[in-house]
Design a protein around this ligand. Structure first.
Ligand code: AMP
Length: 424
């Protein structure tokens, strides 16, 4: 699939994609077969989706249907090509037991509304109802199996469970990027028994995340924020080999400040990671990678939205104050460096963005990225949430649908749900 087609198929998050199309030219990661590489006509296709949607706790109503919408291109393609579509997903954490609270019924209803087509919900996953519905399924029909996590075997990647799932279909399609870092029955195990390919959503994730790692247009800049260095070590270590500039902000910057011998007051710091931060600073220098830290900070005496703050240089954080956000000079510095970037990957907020008072750094960086003439890729999670909240999603090239999965991908790890797919 070309990038232009992708742009049409994925209306979400891809508005200024077209003029970047020639940048990523394939590679090992992107070499996975997709549903376009196989004949799906008349075939029973088991599609693992990520329908783990947020719901109203009392009513069960779906409060954000974006994950369901994101699965539509794959489902529609299969329907248009006369496949028999069998969908499966997890929802929440039913801990291996049948629990109506986690039923996929609201998902079946929402999907049916979005497609304008009946979606039959099986009462079970691999039981008699699922078997009956899937054995009678016709071309162009859709059956949704119940929550795969109603079986403890799912998360254990039990071979018997995966085999039962596989027995209902002829081809397996993984389109659940958000769970592809987990080796579960429906995300990987089932591929032992069926030919396995990716859906369009995973294809898109691989093209952008994979493209940035394998063949980025330079200058390539990564922006990493968030609370802890420990969560991002793998990403920093992998990206330091690939980027021209690494921008570090958020809570984890203070461990780096400490490593540089600066006073950080009561800022969040991982004492046991100070040596590691030192060695990362040295590694960046050895590799000629520019590592940018905040030059100034909004600091406050308490961790609260009501806290009075002062803005101080990174050399002058007073005792009793903690860093809550990057300061104005830092935003300007980051803007100056980012203006020449051709590929940017961003993961993690640059301050305590949950508090409006300390969301400015994160929001300003989001705006800067929105105005760049560059490929802008946002790892899932908090930075994606900040961008959605700002209404800037359409300005980014790609917003990953998987928080944990995109982090592991950026760490250079093999994701089981992707490794199990056939190569082209
Ligand atoms: P992560 O999940 O590691 O990406 O971290 C996200 C969290 O980092 C958010 O909840 C932010 O509030 C938090 N964070 C960002 N900057 C700071 C900071 N300066 N001090 C404490 N927490 C921060």
């Amino acid at each position: 699939m070309g990038y232009r087609e992708l742009e049409i198929e994925f209306s979400i998050h891809t508005s200024h994609l077209a003029h970047h199309t020639s940048m990523f030219n394939g590679g090992i990661i992107m070499n996975k077969k997709t549903i376009k590489d196989i004949d799906v006509k008349n075939k029973k296709i088991l599609v693992r989706c990520d329908f783990n949607v947020p719901q109203n706790k009392e009513t069960g109503e779906i409060t954000d249907n974006r994950r369901i919408k994101a699965a539509l291109p794959t489902i529609q393609y299969l329907l248009e090509n006369n496949a028999k579509v069998i969908l499966c997903s997890h929802l929440g954490r039913p801990k291996g037991e049948v629990n109506p609270k986690y039923s996929l019924k609201p998902v079946a209803e929402e999907l049916s509304k979005l497609l304008g087509k009946e979606v039959k919900l099986a009462k079970d996953v691999i039981g008699t109802d699922a078997k009956e519905l899937t054995s009678n399924i016709k071309e162009g029909e859709i059956v949704l199996l119940e929550n795969v996590r109603f079986h403890a075997e799912e998360e254990k990647n039990d071979a018997g469970f995966a085999k039962e799932l596989a027995s209902m279909a002829q081809i397996y399609v993984n389109d659940a990027f958000g769970t592809s870092h987990r080796a579960h029955g429906s995300t990987a195990g089932v591929a032992d028994y069926l030919p396995a390919v990716s859906g369009f959503l995973i294809e898109k994730e691989l093209e952008f995340l994979g493209g940035a790692l394998e063949n980025p247009k330079k200058p390539f800049i990564a922006i990493l924020g968030g609370a802890k260095v420990s969560d991002k070590i793998g990403v920093i270590e992998n990206l330091i080999e690939k980027v021209d500039t690494l921008i570090i902000g958020g809570g984890m910057a203070y461990t780096f400040f400490k490593a540089k011998g600066l006073n950080i007051g009561t800022s969040i710091c991982e004492e046991d990671k100070i040596d590691l931060a030192k060695s990362l600073l040295e590694k960046a220098e050895d590799k000629g990678v520019k590592l940018l830290l905040p030059v100034d900070n909004k600091v406050a005496k308490e961790f609260s939205n009501e806290a009075e703050y002062i803005e101080v240089s990174s050399e002058e954080i007073p005792d009793g104050y903690m860093g809550m956000d990057i300061g104005a000079k830092t935003i300007e510095n980051f803007k100056e460096v980012l203006k020449d970037a051709k590929t940017v990957v961003w993961n993690g907020p640059l301050g305590v963005f949950e508090f409006d008072k300390f969301a400015q750094g994160t929001n300003e960086v989001a705006k800067i990225l929105g105005n760049l003439d560059a490929i802008t890729i946002i790892g899932g999670g908090d930075s994606a949430a900040a961008i959605e909240k700002m209404g800037l999603a359409d300005k980014m090239t790609h917003i990953s649908t998987g928080g944990g999965a995109s982090l592991e991908f950026l760490e250079g790890k093999t994701l089981p749900g992707i490794a199990c797919l056939e190569n082209k």
